[in-house]
Design a protein around this ligand. Structure first.
Ligand code: ACO
Length: 438
């Protein structure tokens, strides 16, 4: 699939008599057209200005499509609702990486290949030991993922398709092991090695919750919930961390280093850190009076000077209910029912908060709806995942999206190193004065 030139052209005119410039327009398969400004600087000596990329497409892509106005998310054309209901995470990984869902044989081969790469080099343990036990898991993950490039020299050439393929498998396979190791290190328990007769998600949960004294018996509902969390977080087109991975990888650096950059970006509370922040917020409201105090909290959120945001609400692209939030809400019910936690005060609080926010003029007029993070924290907490690990689990799931996007970029003949320009507003050229005159 490629960009199709449109019959319509844009013309840029200037009020100072400079000549007009015709700008080509390209059409995608769905979604907004793009105005091609690549020759703008050469022809006019001007840049465009778009901090935060509010109106800028940084690439063309065939992987994920979001219609934020209707609240639709498609991976390779398939609605997220269908994938979350009919497929498992590894099928979704195969789809994101290869463009098509696997048939039975392809799935078997892919699962086997991922399963055979779940162990990490034993030296990783010593690397991990260098961290403080109370380090944030995302600090540990940034280090561990970056360190993979020091262990797997035979898959670090980003320009070699075979290296890219094996790096993709290694990253997808080893992320659960690394996240579980980071957790076990924090709580001072021995690491649990992966076990090849378990599914990807069962294996992760066993590495998290088993000990040498007591094995973990996978619970179907909880495993399915965790697998769904992975599917829902697997990709989300050109978000901040994915763009970071693309930009980082555009210099030709190795895939492990580029993914480590994505992990670092995801950590922020405006992005992947929002699930942790959302749960902390709910705990804070609960502590200060719970449902009764929602009104006070909402008033604080609406007061621009308070600096308080309703975490888990709002999204740069979705101006409607995030489809992932709907699925996560459903999963939340299932998990709480399974665990006999139907009356979980945090869930009740979240539902009450959501109801009030969805009716409030402040949120309605700004089209602020719950995003996936609003409910994923409650689900993970119920499963037994400690709050600081939430973002690391998001990183585990998003790794496939990052690597699919990175490989797409490297395989694109038009790819160039990413190098934005700027509007300089600082001091003009001046001379350094001797110290006594400054
Ligand atoms: N609570 C209160 N007000 C909000 C919120 C919120 N969560 N989100 C946006 N607003 C307000 C802004 O203050 C702004 O109001 P104004 O027009 O009166 O100035 C308006 O809504 C538009 O918001 P922007 O900040 O311009 O939107 P932007 O696209 O830049 O930000 C973001 C999107 C960062 C996600 C924002 O909504 C936010 O901070 N939400 C909370 C954090 C969060 O949940 N992040 C998760 C994102 S999803 C993910 O990473 C999986």
């Amino acid at each position: 699939m490629s960009m199709t030139p449109s019959d319509v052209k844009a013309t840029l005119s200037f009020s100072d008599g400079s000549p007009n410039m015709d700008l080509p327009i390209y059409k995608g398969s769905i979604g907004p057209d793009v105005i091609d400004i690549r020759k703008l600087y050469a022809q006019t000596g001007k840049f465009t200005y778009d901090p935060g990329f509010l109106s800028t497409a940084s690439c063309n892509s065939t992987i994920t499509y979001i219609d934020g106005d209707v609240g639709e998310l498609l991976y390779r054309g398939y609605p997220i609702e269908q994938l979350a209901t009919n497929c498992d995470f590894l099928e979704t990984c195969y789809l994101l990486l290869n463009g098509e869902l696997p048939n039975a044989g392809q799935k078997e081969e892919f699962v086997e290949s991922v399963t055979n790469h779940t162990m990490v080099n034993e030296q990783m343990q010593f690397f991990l030991r260098g961290f403080r036990r109370d380090a944030h898991p995302m600090a540990v993950m940034t280090g561990l993922v970056g360190a993979l490039s020091a262990f797997y020299h035979d898959s670090t050439d980003i320009n070699n398709p075979e290296h890219r393929k094996i790096a993709a498998i290694r990253l997808i396979a080893k992320m659960p092991t690394l996240v579980a190791m980071a957790y076990k290190y924090t709580i001072g328990q021995p690491y649990v090695y992966p076990k090849n007769d378990l599914s990807y998600t069962e294996n992760f949960m066993r590495m998290m919750f088993a000990t040498p004294c007591e094995d973990y018996k996978p619970n179907e509902v909880l495993v399915r919930a965790m697998d769904r969390i992975f599917i829902l977080h697997a990709d989300h087109e050109q978000n901040a961390s994915t763009s970071t991975v693309r930009l980082c990888g555009s210099s030709g650096t190795n895939p492990f280093a580029a993914i480590a950059a994505g992990v670092a970006c995801l950590w922020g509370p405006a992005h992947g850190g929002a699930n942790e922040a959302a749960l902390n917020m709910l705990e804070e409201i609960q502590k200060n009076g719970g449902v009764e105090k929602i009104g006070d909290f909402i008033a604080q959120v609406k007061d621009k000077n308070s600096g308080v945001k309703l975490m888990g609400f709002g999204h740069r692209v979705y101006k409607n209910y995030d489809p992932r939030a709907k699925l996560m809400r459903e999963t939340c019910h299932e998990v709480l029912n399974e665990l006999g936690l139907q009356n979980d005060p945090m869930f009740k609080l979240a539902m009450a908060l959501e109801k009030i926010a969805l009716e409030d003029e402040y949120f309605v007029s700004r089209k602020l709806y719950p995003n996936v993070d609003f409910y994923s924290g409650i689900v993970q907490r119920a499963i037994g995942i400690p709050v600081p690990l939430f973002t690391a689990i998001f990183a585990l799931a998003r790794t496939v999206g990052w690597i699919a996007q990175l490989n797409e970029m490297i395989g694109d003949p038009e790819y160039k190193i990413g190098r934005p320009r700027q509007l300089f507003v600082g001091a003009e050229k001046r001379d350094v004065k001797p110290m006594a005159q400054r």
